[in-house]
Design a protein around this ligand. Structure first.
Ligand code: PEP
Ligand code: MN
Length: 340
């Protein structure tokens, strides 16, 4: 970090700050300028309580230099991480191949899941999504089939080879979901549930971490750091839109996060255009845009009867529409040096 002293700060104030830096286990390097003095603190200060330095007499501000996350950052690992998502169809995220995770918002029944799974597999998806535990805004809304939903997902994996991606909402559910799923999804609402992040960090399953509705990129990467700090480095980030003042879409999908994540982190980032827009008619174009800007994958809500979907029908496309879309996406992927 850099400590910027006020103009006219005295020598004894500078000395006091230097001593405080040493007390933090860091080394000071004092740079005396014509206008003001700045003090660089040398060493890894991530775990230090450096904000307090700003209260010392003569200090104007304290500026961090290192990113607060470490394992998620490019400082630690230069090359992009490639995370295998399981299943038998080579689903992965972060490599040359752009994988598509597709399926309904919620698991509703065996026939619904098998039907949609066969459709998305034919379209070219390699992983199947479906919520058995649903984070609903209203406590009166359908909350998911629970373990029965997980059983259905696992059966469909046996029948199709698709990897299974499903949400885990609480620490108590982790062992159950781990038993059935290939990828543990952490929903947007739980991105800052730090105990849950630690709990999935203790597992050795890939984690699809969705961005919180109002989380900054730094908070998003710190959430990934929680998982990684427990030894699970298989984290795939997922941009699913953030809440803004805008009303034409359910959320605002900020795609600039994709190249920015690639600049500062080695973790793959997927895009969810379904929750990112809330409207099926916006999904295909946002898929194209996501691939064009370098997304490492897509997670798309697909339902074969969106009109009667139990959850999120308005943002669900059909498997037939996905198949058509995949053809177009392959062309875009090739143009940006990727494969689908
Ligand atoms: C979902 O994937 O169905 C879901 C609830 O997503 P999010 O957590 O992004 O709202
Ligand atoms: Mn949904």
């Amino acid at each position: 970090m850099i400590v910027v002293m006020e103009q006219g700060a005295t020598e004894s104030q500078v000395g006091h700050v230097a001593k405080a830096i040493r007390e933090l286990g860091l080394r000071e390097h004092i740079i005396v300028g014509t206008e003001r003095t700045v003090i660089a603190a040398l060493g890894d200060d991530r775990a230090k309580n450096k904000e307090n330095l700003e209260t010392l007499p003569g200090v104007e501000k304290v500026m961090p230099v290192l990113a607060p996350y470490k394992m998620a950052s490019k400082e630690v690992k230069k090359e992009r991480s490639v995370i295998s998502l399981g299943g038998k169809l080579g689903a992965s995220s972060g490599g040359k191949k752009v994988s598509v995770i597709a399926g309904p918002c919620s698991v509703e029944s065996r026939s619904q899941m098998l039907d949609v799974a066969l459709g998305v597999k034919e379209a070219g998806a390699t992983a199947l999504r479906g919520g058995a535990f649903k984070p609903r805004t209203s406590p009166y809304a359908f909350q998911g089939l629970g373990e029965e939903g997980l059983e259905i997902m696992a059966e469909v994996r046996e029948q199709t080879g698709l990897a299974i991606v499903t949400e885990v909402m609480s620490i108590e559910q982790v062992p159950l979901v781990v038993k059935y799923a290939d990828v543990l999804q952490i929903g947007a609402r739980n991105m800052q549930n730090y105990n849950l992040l630690w709990a999935v960090g203790e597992t050795r399953k890939p984690v699809l971490l969705k961005r919180g509705l109002s989380a900054t990129l730094e908070e998003f990467l710190l959430a990934a750091e929680y998982v990684m700090s427990k030894g699970n480095d298989q984290v795939v980030l997922c941009e699913r839109g953030i809440r803004t003042f805008e009303t034409y879409c359910r959320n605002t999908l900020p795609l600039a996060i994709v190249p920015e994540v690639h600049r500062i982190s080695h973790l793959p980032i997927m895009v969810d255009p379904s929750h990112g827009t809330g409207h099926a008619h916006l999904v295909p174009d946002m898929c194209k845009a996501a691939i064009a800007c370098g997304a490492d994958g897509l997670i798309i809500e697909v339902h074969n009867d969106p009109e009667h979907a139990w959850t999120d029908g308005a943002q669900s496309i059909t498997a037939k529409a996905l198949k058509e879309l995949m053809g177009q996406l392959r062309g875009i992927a090739a143009a940006v040096g990727r494969e689908m």
